[in-house]
Design a binder for this molecule. Structure first.
Ligand SMILES: NC(=O)c1ccc[n+]([C@@H]2O[C@H](COP(=O)([O-])OP(=O)(O)OC[C@H]3O[C@@H](n4cnc5c(N)ncnc54)[C@H](O)[C@@H]3O)[C@@H](O)[C@H]2O)c1
Length: 289
């Protein structure tokens, strides 16, 4: 059975008539996904926490950041609804999906992108620090999927993309909760892919390498990468960052992740589900599977 936008897909606007819900969209990769889906014709529903968290050693997005994403989407000529909300709040995610359906017409694409990177040793990490990362990075993806999946199943068309990480395929010391959460996102995507396969809904993960956003360009992560220096700079950490990749680049751009997300949402990817696309400058060349 056709989805609600079956009659669309004009050249240049392949997502016309579609609605994309994107979490953590006030800045970084989430904003990039939102603006590109808008450029390609979709209407957009965005959400972000828009406040800092104690266990996160760098500033999170602000209200102004979220307003700027809305402005950029609308500048593409698309409609945009936004909500300041926490992905840990299932009720808020259900309200966002329902608002997207009521105000924009449907819930076709979900990019479960919101996440934090919290550092800490397994010998000293507090339970609350562990929980905050798992609750946002893994349960937050579940909440967004839980909110959007009933709409997609009813429509018999949907695309869910969970944002994992190369750290969801491998590991590094000093970030146990992040690594565990990102491995979890892949397992979650695979299970939901299985469940929704008969309903025209695909579910896949994207596993980025180092992406040039505030999540990596901050003093806390720079300190983890260069513990031998008091105040490491971007130039100081670049070789160590490149060492996590195989291609000799320290970080890649958000647009490169967006390209994979957009592909997974496209008609060309309709028979790709339960998969992971690694966009990680070759880091996956080291993985065993
Ligand atoms: N930057 C990287 O190197 C990298 C690598 C692999 C994976 N990722 C993943 O990509 C995704 C996007 O990260 P980014 O690089 O754009 O970083 P970012 O920090 O710029 O963006 C993350 C966004 O999520 C929001 N957010 C955090 N907690 C939230 C919550 N509880 N509820 C709602 N919103 C919340 C933040 O305010 C921020 O706007 C994350 O899931 C991240 O783990 C990033």
């Amino acid at each position: 059975m056709a989805g609600p936008a079956e009659s669309h897909g004009q050249p240049g606007e392949p997502f016309a008539g579609r609605v994309a819900v994107i979490t953590g969209a006030a800045r970084g990769q989430g904003r990039c996904h939102a603006v590109e889906f808008a450029r390609l014709g979709a209407d957009i529903a965005v959400t972000d926490l828009c406040r800092d968290l104690d266990s996160v050693g760098y500033p999170l997005a602000t209200h102004d950041d979220l307003a700027e994403t809305v402005r950029l989407v609308e500048a593409e000529g698309r409609r945009c609804v936004s909500a300041v909300a926490d992905v840990r709040d299932l009720g808020a995610m259900i309200a966002l999906a329902d608002t997207a359906r009521d105000e924009l017409g449907s819930v076709d694409i979900l990019v479960a992108n919101a996440g934090i990177s919290a550092l800490g040793s397994i010998c000293t990490m507090e339970a609350a620090e562990w929980s905050e990362t798992i609750d946002i990075n893994l349960t937050g993806v579940f909440n967004a999927m839980r909110a959007c999946s009933p709409h997609m199943r009813r429509q018999r068309w949907g695309r869910i993309i969970g944002i994992s990480s190369m750290m969801g395929r491998s590991s590094n010391p000093g970030i146990p909760a992040y690594v565990a959460s990102k491995w979890g996102v892949i397992g979650l995507c695979k299970s939901v892919a299985f469940e929704l396969a008969a309903f025209g809904v695909t579910v896949n993960a994207v596993a980025p390498g180092n992406v040039s956003t505030p999540m990596i360009h901050n003093d806390a992560l720079y300190g983890l990468m260069r513990p031998d220096l008091d105040h490491p700079t971007r130039e100081d950490v670049a070789p160590a960052m490149a060492g996590l990749h195989v291609q000799p680049v320290p970080w890649i751009e958000p647009e490169e992740i967006t390209a994979a997300v957009v592909f997974l949402a496209s008609e060309a990817a309709r028979h790709i589900t339960g998969s992971v696309i690694d966009v990680d400058a070759g880091a996956s060349a080291r993985f065993t599977g």
